[in-house]
Design a protein around this ligand. Structure first.
Ligand code: SF4
Length: 337
């Protein structure tokens, strides 16, 4: 049975008029600002992005400013958002937009998709939100709503299922005001069609929904098992300086505590924490060392007072702060006694 797309869109848009989320990137048609929001929102919650978005635009207000900034300052501004490849891709994209398009973001989706880090979803999001092109977006929120509306049971994290879902999305998108429709569908997923407990009783499109067991949708393939890793690092402080190493791997270009080969069985660590990374759960173990265990080719001493201006991944920054705070407290205690 054909889906009544026009009758479906009407209550959705009426609901959106009353319930739209107040998000700063919704108040602009500037493709640069929308691009920034879309990159930040990949793998990151809206609440976290809200605290970065305005500050980023203040610091790098347009493609030219971002293109001419150093990689270190871009990574530093991104610090805390994780997945730093996004920041590197944004930086590279800004450079290409300036060099190739004179600072004007291209309108053609095919050209957008030639830019680093821009796939089908991000290109369509910019096309619809900045240029009001009639294209759909399929991300976590809209995928959830669409799979439930159509009772779509194929796994959405494999190519065949994903392509079929995009076809459903294309079928529903209106010719005009697609940006508003896409925002409405996204907000329905974020506020009503929730992952575990969809609020079907207040859903504006309930009568069009074919889901028989919405909590089980979207279907996913079995996830790869979480792998546990232990990473050991040295904390080497000499008077007012700390030794750091510029990463060439996961946090390429950022400054991290010098890595150690093995975990000590005799010394107690000064810091331990656990953080997730893709399908890994990483235990960070940090030992105090008086001197470097070896010379690292990319090592450098930094003034501790300058740490805040350096690009440092959050788990390592937390370890340094933890140690330095404890050291300050111990000094104060000694002075008082
Ligand atoms: S009726 Fe329930 S499952 Fe269907 S779209 Fe609305 S909230 Fe989602």
């Amino acid at each position: 049975m054909a889906f009544p797309k026009i009758r479906f869109r009407r209550p959705l848009l009426l609901w959106y008029r009353e319930n739209a989320r107040n998000l700063p990137w919704r108040k602009t048609r500037d493709p640069y600002a929308i691009l920034i929001s879309e990159f930040m929102l990949q793998q990151t919650r809206v609440a976290t992005v809200l605290s970065y978005f305005n500050e980023w635009l203040r610091r790098f207000p347009d493609f030219a400013t971002l293109a001419h900034a150093s990689e270190a300052s871009v990574l530093h501004a991104w610090e805390g958002l994780g997945y730093y490849a996004r920041a590197r891709n944004l930086h590279a994209t800004a450079g290409i937009v300036v060099d190739r398009y004179g600072g004007h973001f291209p309108h053609a989706i095919a050209r957008m998709r030639d830019l680093p880090g821009i796939g089908r979803y991000t290109a369509n999001a910019i096309a619809t939100f900045a240029f009001d092109q009639s294209v759909p977006i399929v991300e976590a929120n809209t995928a959830r709503v669409l799979t439930r509306l159509f009772n779509f049971r194929r796994p959405t994290d494999c190519t065949v299922g994903r392509e079929a879902l995009w076809k459903h999305a294309v079928m529903l998108v209106p010719k005009r005001s697609a940006g508003i429709y896409n925002s409405a569908l996204t907000d329905l997923g974020a506020l009503v069609c929730l992952p575990r407990q969809p609020k079907c009783e207040i859903c504006p499109v309930k009568k069009f929904c074919r889901a028989t067991n919405p909590e089980t949708l979207p279907s996913k393939k079995a996830r790869p098992q979480t792998r546990h890793l232990i990473e050991t690092h040295a904390l080497i402080v000499k008077q007012s300086k700390i030794l750091l190493v510029q990463s060439v791997a996961r946090w390429r270009g950022m400054w991290i505590l010098p890595p150690l080969q093995t975990r000590s069985t005799t010394t107690r660590p000064v810091h331990m924490s656990i953080f997730p990374f893709t399908n890994h759960r990483i235990t960070l173990v940090v030992y105090r060392h008086r001197a470097p265990p070896k010379i690292f080719s990319n090592q450098k001493w930094f003034e501790i007072s300058a740490l805040e201006n350096l690009a440092v991944p959050s788990p390592h920054r937390r370890a340094m702060r933890h140690f330095l705070t404890a050291r300050r407290a111990a000094r104060l205690r000694r002075q008082r006694s």
